[in-house]
Write a protein that binds this ligand. Structure first.
Ligand code: SF4
Length: 345
């Protein structure tokens, strides 16, 4: 028997094609799309489809589904960390954050990551595989159902490098944005990349106005190369040039993420170099008090240093914020819970 297909991984055109191949009517595609995007996993629960069609569908298709194997709720701010088990027993994490403007979900895009950033827990385990578009979508759907609330914002900043899973991330964006699906606006979605220059250039041509966040974390090649191996392939001048092309093409402001690591990248001169590097760009700097991951040996900068860094960058007329620490009591840097579970802790 041919392999069954995942209905949640299909857009309406693909569903139509699939139905026609089965000898069914195209208009059913919209109905199926709505069911799966509402979180319905059991084809028998798609009550506006005839019984014979449901039986046929069950033979040829399924709906992606995964189990919540751990859920940790912050007592400080209600942030929830979810750990999901996928169909092949792989594990990923997602985080739900509550803001005054609504609920935001931080999703993973890959199982593990190839990029090797030295401060990141996700990269300590080898890369296993890309997530499908439906596995990204289902993180948002499952969390929305779990809390019985509408999710209004998405950040693709969990485990993985989203632009290293380019085709699936694009498909996910179009699915999650679809008006018959979750209908989350592109402007409410941020994608974070460590700097895959050719992919940033490609993305600038897709007419998808998502916010691009660049994991910068250092103001020069020397420091960046030490903590982010990707910098050897795509050094800062190439990365900044690609960012300028992206902002020109999309008219969207870029966010530069900068994790402050004690004595590594948090000196006054670093702040000056950073400001000079990006001055005049349509951008914003988000300073992140780095998560202390015991195994990395990196330690968070002091509050005073963070404030000094912010003041210096701002003095160049660049808008700068310090990321609020969400769920600090349930912490575990992104990827750390997965790692603990894999180690059997
Ligand atoms: S910071 Fe992002 S790109 Fe770098 S290793 Fe971690 S998950 Fe991968």
């Amino acid at each position: 028997m041919a392999e069954r297909v995942d209905l949640l991984n299909m857009n309406i055109d693909e569903l139509k094609e699939f139905l026609v191949e089965m000898g069914e009517e195209k208009f059913r595609a919209g109905q199926i799309f709505k069911w799966v995007n509402k979180g319905v996993k059991d084809i028998d629960h798609m009550t506006n489809l005839s019984k014979p069609l449901r039986e046929k569908l069950k033979e040829k298709a399924y709906v992606n589904k995964f189990d919540i194997i751990k859920k940790i709720v912050s007592q400080i701010d209600g942030t929830i960390k979810y750990v999901f088990k996928l169909y092949d027993d792989e594990i990923i994490e997602s985080v739900l954050m509550k803001y005054s403007h609504g609920f935001s979900v931080c999703i993973s895009s890959q199982v593990g990551c190839k990029m090797g950033c030295k401060f990141c827990a996700s990269t300590m385990d080898s890369f296993s595989r890309n997530l499908s578009a439906s596995e990204m979508l289902d993180q948002v759907i499952t969390i929305g159902k779990d809390i019985e609330e509408r999710i209004s914002n998405i950040v693709v900043m969990g485990i993985g490098e989203p632009l290293d899973n380019y085709d699936n991330i694009l498909k996910f964006l179009r699915l999650v944005n679809h008006k018959e699906g979750l209908n989350i606006g592109m402007r409410h979605i941020s994608i974070s990349t460590c700097g895959l220059v050719p992919r940033i250039l490609e993305l600038s041509k897709e007419n998808i106005p998502v916010t691009l966040s660049i994991s910068l974390h250092a103001p020069n090649d020397e420091t960046r190369g030490k903590i982010m191996p990707i910098n050897k392939k795509y050094p800062l001048d190439k990365l900044i040039e690609a960012c300028k092309i992206y902002t020109e093409a999309t008219n969207r402001r870029i966010t530069f993420e900068y994790s402050l690591i004690d004595s590594v990248n948090d000196k006054r001169e670093d702040a000056i170099k950073l400001a000079r590097l990006i001055k005049g760009m349509l951008c914003h700097v988000n300073l992140i008090p780095v998560n202390t991951v015991s195994s990395t040996g990196f330690v968070k900068s002091s509050k005073e240093k963070i404030q000094m860094f912010k003041n210096v960058v701002e003095s160049y007329g660049i808008e700068t914020t310090v990321r609020r620490e969400m769920g600090s009591d349930i912490n575990a840097a992104c990827g750390q819970l997965r790692r603990n579970l894999m180690d059997g802790n």
